[in-house]
Ligand binder design. Sequence first.
Ligand code: NAP
Length: 382
Amino acid sequence: MTNISVLGSTGSIGTQTLDVLEQHKKLLFPQAFSAGSNIELLTTQVKKFHPKIISVKTDKDAFNLKRSLGRKSPEIFWGDNGNIEVATNSKSDRVVIATPGFPGIRPTLEAIKKKKTIALATKEVLVAAGEVITNEAKKQGVQILPIDSEHSAIFQCLEGRSISEVSRVFLTCSGGPFRGRKLNDLKNVTVSQALNHPSWKMGKKITIDSATLMNKGFEVLEASWLFNIPIEKIKVVVHPQSVIHSAVEFIDGTIIAQIGPADMRLPIQFALLYPKKRTSNKFKRFTFLDFPNISFESPDKKTFRCLELAYTAGKMGGTYPAVLNASNDIAVERFLKGDLPFYKIPEVIEKTLSAHKNSGKHNLENIIDADRWAREYASKIA
Ligand SMILES: NC(=O)c1ccc[n+]([C@@H]2O[C@H](COP(=O)([O-])OP(=O)(O)OC[C@H]3O[C@@H](n4cnc5c(N)ncnc54)[C@H](OP(=O)(O)O)[C@@H]3O)[C@@H](O)[C@H]2O)c1
């Protein structure tokens, strides 16, 4: 039995993680859940899965929840400390990180310090603090297993191979809802158009990142930290059918790709059960004949400038990737609120990156400072 903590249990990845827990009741035990403010769904999850510990965003919700669950209530925490409690409690073996963005860093780091295996969905953790997180994981001998489908694909293609045998990594990309459009076509994009992803049903923030291709830029940086591969060797290939989840080219020219249905529960299951032997489930199977035509294109980096900005920030290193992440967060938030047109998202990020001065040593304090500075700066750009 592996005891599982889930940070973000009410979200897209969180609910799919619980589907996986339900399929593997004899192997995976739901130990602790944390959520933000969807108390109704969390209450249903508590009644169904009986976690020992839960956490919510505010003390008020924690108090009300305790009262409504009565004698059957698990231990309840709240706020940042609550997330850390869920991530580090002594019974948990493996921690799923699926909360949004930057706030995922601290619980991930604390869980690593307590030698918990990490199943990571929140890519922003590695984008902003890749060096800090991977150094600590090395120090503690902790494995970070990817949940992102592309990175799970790469992990599976690499299994048993040394990174010195790899010549290139190909990250596949659906192209998002605006594939094929030019800059002029993006002038009047609405929120509901941007939230209409062709292949995946996900939370709002990652869906907008997929429409700008920043999601793919983040994934390049995430792959670089996870697999210790220079970003120059990581290439993005647009593949609209989302059938090949990614591929690795070895130095002899052989390419190994991972294929499967567009169902996040498969990479989640892989991350929760690894390195146990593969285990069957009831999820829908892939049918080759449903995809008689699969295709590949180069990403349009001129129209979708976020992808290039991510490569640039990654090459500059230091606190630049944290600034990339923070300014993107603000730009996306402003777009969702109707305060910034879609096509100006890259402009806000570029201006913030240009104004940033790299802050010396790469440690958590400098990353937090850079993040705070970038959020403030990006919110003021007209
Ligand atoms: N969705 C995907 O297919 C996918 C694929 C690959 C990677 N990812 C990554 O996984 C992460 C989560 O994505 P998602 O699509 O699952 O997002 P989502 O649907 O928006 O879910 C976010 C989760 O975080 C919770 N949350 C928000 N604030 C919190 C707080 N302060 N403390 C604790 N929990 C909090 C939310 O709770 P409430 O809803 O209760 O407020 C919800 O459970 C992102 O970094 C994304 O890039 C997602």
